[in-house]
Design a protein around this ligand. Structure first.
Ligand SMILES: Cc1cc2nc3c(=O)[nH]c(=O)nc-3n(C[C@H](O)[C@H](O)[C@H](O)COP(=O)(O)OP(=O)(O)OC[C@H]3O[C@@H](n4cnc5c(N)ncnc54)[C@H](O)[C@@H]3O)c2cc1C
Length: 303
């Protein structure tokens, strides 16, 4: 990070909303289902699959959770209607997990039924560590009820993932492995993860290897090019078919890497968030990317 960006980064929280809005267009499809499906159609035309995410994490009432469920039902309808190569990603807390786990499961089952009717897969995003066990239990309950079009995310920065992954592996299963985005207590994290994101890589790779070995389809969600190359080397050394995994990246992030992977013949899925709750999501993405301080200033100058 340049000195310029280092100095500017802390000021990002003070940036005007209108400026954040302008910069966020890169990371967020828009406010509406129509804007999301339009962006997905463009990604499909360029060769990418997509995952649609309705923004919004802190759900304060069950009616809000039901509203989010209704929004996802519209997304599923739109994906089916437009014949898009897309699925959805859902945060259980947005469907009411922390308010009433049974109600959340009911909302998820509504989505799974609607998705199943159109052969669409539903990904359960993994949230902060206070939710980890709840979300694993939720997935396992849904599996026991016979839903097969659903899969979870595991975070390589958590020590517990080595144990958590075991019951989720198997032919026909589908996992996403990511590094993890939340600020967690240091004792929960693998060694070195607090100061160095690269320290998570051997753990990430080990979890991907377990997916490969068990015939579990794996979404490799990272923008870390060194890690991507290690996954490719691993897949080649174990003669893993390119259909057994896909790379997943966030909309607007590291587009040169996603283009490279597509050119090399790998499946690449882009995570496409949309919705009215764009501000919190944008701030997270912007703070993650040191170069954004510079982009923000440029956007300000061209307002
Ligand atoms: C498809 C997808 C789904 C995800 N789902 C979850 C989930 O369910 N739960 C969860 O906890 N986390 C999730 N994440 C976030 C993930 O855990 C990481 O925090 C995030 O992807 C950044 O880590 P990284 O693997 O890209 O590697 P890092 O080592 O953090 O970053 C690698 C490189 O990519 C660049 N980079 C990373 N993020 C950005 C960005 N926003 N803008 C520009 N450059 C960037 C970095 O600058 C760095 O150079 C998901 C990520 C993706 C791609």
């Amino acid at each position: 990070m340049s000195l310029f960006n280092t100095l500017l980064a802390p000021a990002i929280s003070l940036a005007p909303r209108a400026l954040i809005r302008k910069v966020s267009r890169r990371y967020i499809a828009g406010d509406t289902v129509a804007e999301a499906t339009e962006r997905v159609a463009a990604l499909n035309a360029a060769g990418f699959c997509a995952t649609v995410d309705v923004l919004g994490e802190s759900t304060e009432s069950l009616s809000q959770a039901d509203h989010t469920t209704g929004e996802y039902l519209q997304v599923l309808e739109a994906i089916a209607r437009d014949g898009l190569r897309a699925n959805i990603s859902v945060k259980p807390t947005a469907l009411g997990l922390l308010l009433d786990a049974t109600h959340c499961e009911h909302n998820l089952a509504r989505l799974l039924n609607a998705a199943e009717a159109h052969s669409i897969f539903v990904r359960i995003d993994m949230e902060d560590a206070s939710c980890t066990q709840h979300e694993i239990d939720l997935l396992l309950r849904l599996k026991r009820r016979g839903y097969n079009n659903v899969g979870l995310v595991l975070q390589a920065y958590l020590k517990r993932t080595d144990g958590d992954i075991a019951p989720l592996l198997g032919t026909g299963e589908n996992l996403r492995i990511c590094k993890g985005i939340y600020v967690e207590k240091p004792d929960l994290l693998v060694e070195g993860a607090l100061d160095d994101r690269g320290a998570i890589n051997p753990h990430f790779l080990r979890h991907v290897a377990r997916c490969f070995d068990s015939g579990t389809f794996v979404g490799v969600a990272t923008h870390d090019e060194a890690l991507v190359d290690q996954v490719i080397t691993l897949a080649r050394s174990r003669l893993v078919a390119q259909t057994a995994f896909e790379f997943q990246m966030l909309l607007g992030v590291r587009e040169s890497l996603r283009d490279r992977l597509l050119t090399e013949g790998y499946a690449v899925r882009i995570y496409v968030p949309y919705g009215k709750d764009w501000y919190g999501y944008s701030m997270r993405r912007i703070k993650e990317n040191p170069r954004m301080a510079g982009y923000l200033l440029r956007a300000l100058l061209t307002c």
